[in-house]
Structures are given as structure tokens and as C-alpha cells.
Ligand binder design. Structure first.
Ligand code: ZN
Length: 321
């Protein structure tokens, strides 16, 4: 069984799954300082809007979204519970972990091995609690782990979080999603550290793999056993729609449809972007994969069977264990 916000679900019931979306992405402390006063954040209005958008998503045929919400992304499970209760036909998988490209959050700066090398890593105990007992005082259990490594590379903070996630993966068996930056091949750093920790690449999803057109690099990671997140459709800035579709087509052609999942990394609302500038990304929404990406893939010669692998079978295998 897989833990979702509304309780355990049989992996066979995940159905069409978008393997990397968010309900909200919020900078928790900054929201506290500024968001309330600019009226950008109105709790009731934002919740109602999220319910509406997620109902539309369910109507489009999607049954499950995977939300890698963790420390650093404004995780608020009671709020997601409240939203999910109003969209009961949608499975939402949530995560535990820490999202940073550089240092650990100051909360962890002077705890555990950062103070004395012999002390246990407190993150591991907290992550295990989220997975086995529940998050933020709720019964909602994390279905997977999440951490990040961006173009800054393997900083000491990033490495500490990655190793804590690895140890938790081994202890609990839940899979790990790592935000990567394929332009600087940070997936190879992940591969090296996780090999040292003894984590199998088959339990690891390299998010944002679709941010490159380097098919040879992605093939190398797929051959190592990693699942590749082709998960930013609609963020058509450095890579446009044709390029994002093109790399998936090429990897399907090379025989790697079983190594990819599709998503948009979209949110009902995120506070990282000035709201009026969101107009620059008109296709960045929950419905883009279903409405535009799948038709483009089929037109380019990807088969319906391969599409089903990427949207149904691969997420089911990965999150279902
Ligand atoms: Zn994301």
C-alpha cells in the first residue's frame, strides 16, 4: 500500500499519475513577513482556488499527483488535507525531506553531527517519524523523500541532506526524489553519494531530468537504474515545448520509456514569481500534459503504450515498491 493524504491506497489504484506537481510552493517565513500584508495570500481564497483547479485536473482523467512538499517549500499538511477532502477522487502523495541548494536550514545548523561528529543525524529521526507516524501532528504519512542538488553542486549542506535521505531510504524503504540540474550533470554526484550509502538507483527519481537535450547523459542515468523526471512541461523558457517533447521522444526511441515519468512541476500558487509575470508562462498549468504534451508525443511517434508506461506503470512501480 502507498500512503496518500487520504490514507493508504493500493498501487494499482494510482491510475494516471503526474509525478511532480505542487499544491502550493510557499516561502514560509517570507509569507509571514510580507505575504499577508500585500494581500497576495488570502487563505480562504487560495484554498477555494486550489480545490477548483484540482477538480478540473480530476475531470481531465488524472487520479494522482505527487507533491514533493518539504521543509523549504512551505509544507503545510493540514491545509492540503483540507483541500483533498474537497477533491476526494484525487490521490495526493506528499514527502518528507529538506529542500536546499546550499546550506541546511539554520534549524539544523548546530545540531547532531554538525556539532559533534559522533552524534546521530537528527534529520533521519524526523524523516522516519514523518514516514512511519505522520506529519505535523496529522495521520498523513510521507510516501517518499525529497532533497535537491542544483548548479551549486554538492555543497556540504546539500551532501548532509542527501546522506540523511539515503539513510532514511534504507531504513524505511520509501523512494527518494532528488531535484537535479542536468545542465551541470548533478545526477552523477547523486549517483556517487548514493552508491556510497548503498541506495539502489531503482529507488531514486532524478527530478528535472527533462531540463536538458543531452540524451546521452540521460541514457547513462537510465541505464544505471534511475527514474527520470521529465517534469517541467510548460516552463518553456530556456527549453521550449518542442525541445521538452523532443528529448522524451528521443529517449523513447532509444528504448527508455520505462525510465521516465511526466509532469509539469506546476502549483495552484507559488510565491517565487511575481504574480503578473506568470503570464509569461501560459502553458504552465496542471492540464498541459494531458492537453498538449501527450498529443505532441503521439504525433512524434511515441506509442500510446509508451505514454501509459510513463503516466501509469512507471509511477506505480516506483512509488508502489
Ligand atoms: Zn517542484
Amino acid at each position: 500500500m502507498i500512503n496518500t493524504v487520504r490514507g493508504p491506497v493500493d498501487p494499482a489504484d494510482l491510475g494516471v499519475t503526474l509525478a511532480h506537481e505542487h499544491v502550493f510552493v510557499l516561502t514560509a517565513d517570507s509569507q509571514q513577513q510580507w505575504g499577508l500584508h500585500t494581500q497576495e495570500w488570502d487563505e480562504e481564497a487560495r484554498v477555494a482556488q486550489a480545490v477548483e483547479k484540482l477538480q478540473e485536473l480530476v475531470a481531465s482523467g488524472v487520479r494522482t499527483i505527487v507533491d514533493p512538499t518539504v521543509d523549504g517549500l512551505g509544507r503545510n499538511i493540514p491545509r492540503i488535507l483540507r483541500i483533498n477532502e474537497q477533491v476526494p477522487d484525487l490521490n495526493i502523495l506528499v514527502a518528507t525531506g529538506v529542500y536546499t541548494y546550499t546550506d541546511v536550514p539554520n534549524f539544523f545548523a548546530h545540531r547532531g553531527p554538525a556539532v559533534l561528529p559522533d552524534l546521530p543525524e537528527p534529520m533521519v529521526e524526523l524523516f522516519v517519524k514523518d514516514i512511519e507516524q505522520g506529519i505535523q501532528g496529522t495521520d498523513v504519512k510521507a510516501a517518499f523523500l525529497k532533497c535537491a542538488i542544483d548548479h551549486h553542486g554538492l555543497t556540504s549542506g546539500v551532501e548532509r541532506v542527501l546522506r540523511a535521505c539515503a539513510k532514511t531510504q534504507l531504513q524505511t524503504g520509501v523512494p527518494l526524489m532528488v531535484h537535479t540540474h542536468p545542465g551541470s550533470k548533478t545526477g552523477l554526484e547523486v549517483q556517487r553519494v548514493l552508491a556510497e550509502e548503498g541506495v539502489s538507483p531503482t529507488n531514486v527519481l532524478l527530478a528535472h531530468s527533462g531540463d536538458t537535450t543531452d540524451a546521452d547523459h540521460l541514457q547513462q542515468l537510465a541505464e544505471a537504474g534511475f527514474l527520470l523526471g521529465m517534469d517541467r512541461f510548460g516552463i518553456d523558457l530556456e527549453m521550449d515545448h518542442a525541445a521538452r517533447v523532443g528529448i522524451v521522444v528521443e529517449l523513447c526511441r532509444r528504448g527508455f520509456a520505462s525510465s521516465m515519468v511526466l509532469a509539469q512541476d506546476a502549483a495552484c500558487y507559488l510565491d517565487w514569481i511575481q504574480p503578473d509575470l506568470m503570464q509569461m508562462l501560459p502553458d504552465w498549468n496542471y492540464l498541459h500534459v494531458q492537453n498538449d504534451v501527450v498529443p505532441s508525443l503521439l504525433q512524434a511517434g511515441v506509442t500510446q503504450e509508451q505514454v501509459d508506461q510513463m503516466l501509469v506503470a512507471n509511477p506505480r512501480r516506483f512509488f508502489g515498491g
